[in-house]
Design a protein around this ligand. Structure first.
Ligand code: AVJ
Length: 321
């Protein structure tokens, strides 16, 4: 097992920047510390968080077609899993690749080194023949590093992870990826679709309260890692859906006027009553917006796969020049 780690300690900087902005916000990647990883794993397994089952259905039904679309030769490739998490969905493809004796290396990329370590050691145990190398980094740095390798690459972004970015960031990211891809490379990318807001709101405010704990864990992390004195009872978890932009957004709203100290950074943060921290955006898409993203960033869509409820799409892209 091999894990390449290169994470700089920008957490404190990003927190200070985000909490001194108006509106206050914290990048959602910081939701995933050890407890956050555990909670997200649990969220992925509840039916109200429908995304997992929809994407699993697509992968199970179309795995052969998907692999055929990745490559038509016996040439070795790198399967780069951006935001691999616990690999629940990827394992369906890995199983089939191994069964078909296809030559490839699996490169899970995840911002969370703990999630990555768990995934890599679990895989080296359950799939002993698999060549796996974890990359604990953000997407940009990982792509830049990998662009220097000549081997064909299949980039995967599952789970609608791309929806965590704002529209402009998505475009910046896709254009960056395109510039660092070769004609033979492919992008396998999943999109959560716009749907009944009641379904969306339940997915981001589940009846077991797991999503609530997941979001509140960010305040606990600030307390634990930066000496904060947030009292969770003084905040309210509030998810909301905007049907126009397709953005599902989660806020932590201060129920009262209060001053929070972050002792490790020697700063205080003022909250007015009902002032909020924006902690996550999970954008929802439709076919037209997905086509626009592809075309606007010099990609073409080769394949589109959907689940039976039409909740989710997985698509395969290549460069369009
Ligand atoms: C892992 C980013 C796809 O936005 O749906 C789940 C994270 N947040 N429940 C999402 C998440 C709240 C998830 N992604």
């Amino acid at each position: 097992m091999e894990i390449i780690k290169s994470i700089d300690s920008t957490f404190a900087e990003d927190v200070v920047k985000g909490l001194s902005s108006n509106p206050k916000h914290i990048p959602s990647k910081y939701l995933y510390d050890e407890k956050g990883d555990r909670l997200f794993k649990a969220i992925m397994r509840i039916p109200e968080y429908y995304l997992t089952n929809s994407e699993l259905e697509i992968l199970k039904i179309y795995k052969e077609e998907i692999l055929n679309a990745f490559t038509s030769t016996s040439e070795e490739f790198l399967l780069v899993d951006l935001g691999a998490g616990d690999g629940l969905k990827t394992k369906i493809l890995l199983d089939l690749l191994i069964k078909k004796n296809i030559r490839f290396h699996y490169l899970p990329v995840d911002f969370s080194p703990t999630a990555l370590e768990k995934l890599c050691s679990e895989l080296s145990y359950s799939m002993p023949g698999l060549k796996v190398k974890g990359i604990a980094d953000d997407y940009y740095k990982a792509i830049l590093k990998l662009s220097k390798e000549k081997t064909k690459k299949i980039y995967m972004i599952l789970g609608s992870n791309i929806g965590n970015m704002q529209e402009q960031e998505i475009n910046e990211f896709l254009s960056f990826l395109g510039q660092n891809m070769e004609n033979q490379d492919k992008l396998f990318i999943g999109f959560d679709l716009k749907k009944d807001p009641d379904i969306l709101l339940k997915a981001y405010d589940d009846s077991q309260g797991l999503t609530r704990s997941f979001n509140f864990n960010l305040l606990e992390r600030l307390n634990y890692e930066l000496g904060g004195n947030f009292n969770i009872k003084d905040f309210k978890h509030f998810p909301t859906y905007d049907p126009q932009t397709g953005e599902m957004r989660s806020y932590l709203i201060s129920k009262k006027k209060q001053t929070i100290a972050l002792a490790a950074l020697d700063i205080t943060i003022e909250f007015k009553q009902w002032e909020f921290i924006h902690v996550e955006t999970s954008k929802k898409f439709d076919i037209a917006s997905i086509k626009k993203l592809a075309e606007g960033n010099k990609f073409k869509i080769n394949y589109i796969f959907n689940d039976s409820r039409n909740y989710f799409l997985n698509t395969i892209w290549s460069l369009n020049h």
